[in-house]
Design a binder for this molecule. Structure first.
Ligand code: NAD
Length: 493
């Protein structure tokens, strides 16, 4: 079995907690790798190393943007050279079909290249201003925030990491990275590539261990200037509280329960295909999943019939063999999703298809669940209100546009949403009313490195990706240069 090491202050080290973390292949239930978890004192060492690299050594922070960009380009090249190995590791560790893991790693390459380019682009302004003190120049300059803690979930382990690491590093910060314990393997590989790329000592540090202990320590530490987190809303709230101690900058990418609103004038086949992409992609373990289908009543029966036919035809199996769906990430998570399915049945929703574990064709020891559709759902049901994070979708109907919007917004979350209609005026009207940060018209799920990503309401604070994603990791300073000779003359007496 592969034995891995974490990475602190430029060295690969075994964690000193005395606890061994075993990575499990969710398709088979077999152990595939081990790593020694980090102790509190390891994490303190990582924080001290990041602090020293930012505040004392300063090599990375003071490097001109062009040279820093060159290092990021080298990292992108190294990821590209290792794409197949990283994608296979990710697929085995997380359960996502190999082609989806390959797409994630490919996106990660582009993310590093994008921020390598963006950091070179001029984005600092100079204004001539006139006020009570005469003419001045105001310079707006961007500086790195400092020592940043980055904490990520298990559903897109590599890509969610890169969405934070690439802009944080581009901006010149030093980082301590904590991945989810469920899926550490692809990130361990990334830190090997960081080491090869020659980042200065202490700029990137990897710590592994339980969120409640290590993640919380990072969120609380007064030596950390910023914490950015992707994960559940409940943990996001606890991070906000912990970060209050030294008023850290925070970035939160949290959960969702996103509406997919379908009007009857839309093409049935394409709405069905996008709805499948919306909920069954990555086994439904997607923050922006279209888990609530809200469909015009006159189209509902035809839609549900076709949707169920297509869902039942989906192939399920070993993710390395590229089925439509792989296993869920862990036994515990599979059990949580099955419990939601039981709750849906108990609350009176109509189970149209799926609703159980999949154990055929060598899948008996893995954590597979059939694609599951619940019809006749109401807004008070647990399966409609809570994020299930699996291949489970609910169906509700509407008769008027106002009703559709009301149902769509009847949620604490505000991450994503979609509308399907052939009426472009209505599409724009409805999408503007949906209180969510990421929205689609006549499609579901496409996302782009260049475009901002983040939620309204309880789905988060701040934006990743695009130019906003870089700004999250920058402080903005104004420098006022006096161009008027002499003193202000306010205190002559
Ligand atoms: P999670 O909140 O359980 O864990 C996320 C990370 O936080 C892990 O690294 C975990 O170890 C750590 N953690 C746990 N407790 C902590 C604490 N008290 N203090 C600090 N860190 C702690 O989430 P998960 O189960 O890994 O991921 C699923 C969730 O992530 C879903 O809610 C999903 O919607 C969300 N997510 C959101 C986005 C987005 O962009 N908005 C993207 C992916 C996933």
């Amino acid at each position: 079995m592969t034995k891995n090491k974490t990475y602190i202050d430029g060295s690969f080290i075994d964690g000193t907690s005395g606890v061994t973390l075993t990575s499990i292949n969710p398709a088979t239930g077999e152990a595939i790798a081990e790593v020694e978890e980090n102790s509190i004192s390891d994490v303190e060492r990582a924080i001290a190393a990041a602090k020293r690299s930012f505040y004392k050594d300063r090599t990375w922070r003071d490097m001109d943007a062009q040279s820093r960009g060159d290092v990021l380009l080298k990292i992108a090249d190294l990821i590209e050279e290792n794409l197949e190995e990283i994608a296979k590791t990710e697929s085995m560790d997380n359960g996502k079909p190999l082609r989806e893991a390959e797409a994630d790693v490919d996106d990660a390459v582009h993310c590093f290249r994008y921020y390598a380019g963006l950091i070179r682009a001029p984005h600092e302004g100079v204004y001539e201003v006139n006020g009570n003190f005469g003419t001045m120049h105001t310079y707006e300059v961007r500086e790195p925030v400092g020592v940043c803690a980055l904490i990520t979930p298990w559903n897109f382990p590599f890509l969610m990491g890169v969405w934070k690491l690439a802009p944080a590093l581009a901006a010149g910060n030093s980082v301590i990275f904590k991945p989810s314990s469920e899926t550490v393997l692809s990130i361990l590989k990334l830190f090997e590539l960081f080491d090869q790329a020659g980042l200065p000592k202490g700029v990137v540090n990897l710590v592994i261990g339980p969120g409640g202990k290590i993640g919380n320590l990072l969120a609380e530490s007064k030596d950390i200037d910023m914490v950015t987190f992707t994960g559940s809303t409940a943990v996001g709230q606890s991070i906000m509280r912990a970060a209050a101690g030294n008023v850290k900058k925070i970035g939160l990418e949290l959960g969702g329960k996103s509406p997919n609103v379908i009007f009857a004038d839309t093409d049935l086949e394409s709405a069905v295909e996008w709805a499948m992409m919306g909920i069954f992609f990555n086994q439904g373990e997607v923050c922006c999943a279209g888990s609530r289908i809200i469909i015009e009543k006159s189209m509902k029966d035809a839609f549900v019939k076709r949707f169920a036919e297509r869902a039942e035809k989906m192939t399920i199996g070993n993710p390395l063999e590229n089925p439509d769906m792989g296993p869920l990430v862990s036994k515990k998570h599979m059990e949580d999703v099955l419990a939601y399915i039981e709750a849906g049945k108990a609350e009176g929703a109509t189970l149209v298809c799926g609703g159980e574990r999949y154990t055929e064709g060598g899948c008996a020891d893995g954590y597979f669940i059939r694609p599951t559709i619940f019809d006749n759902c109401t807004s008070d049901m647990k399966i409609v209100r809570e994020e299930i994070f699996g291949p489970v979708v609910t169906i509700q109907t509407f008769e008027t546009e106002e009703e559709a919007i009301e149902l769509a917004n009847d949620t604490d979350y505000g991450l994503a949403g979609a509308v399907f209609t052939n009426d472009v005026t209505r599409a724009m009207r409805v999408i503007k009313e949906i209180r969510a940060g990421i929205t689609w018209i006549n499609c579901y799920n496409p996302s782009f490195t260049e475009a901002p990503w983040g939620g309204y309401k309880m789905s988060g604070i701040g934006r990743e990706l695009g130019s906003h994603g870089l700004e999250e990791y920058q402080e903005i300073k104004q420098i006022n240069l006096n161009l008027t000779p002499g003193a202000p003359g306010w205190y002559e007496n």
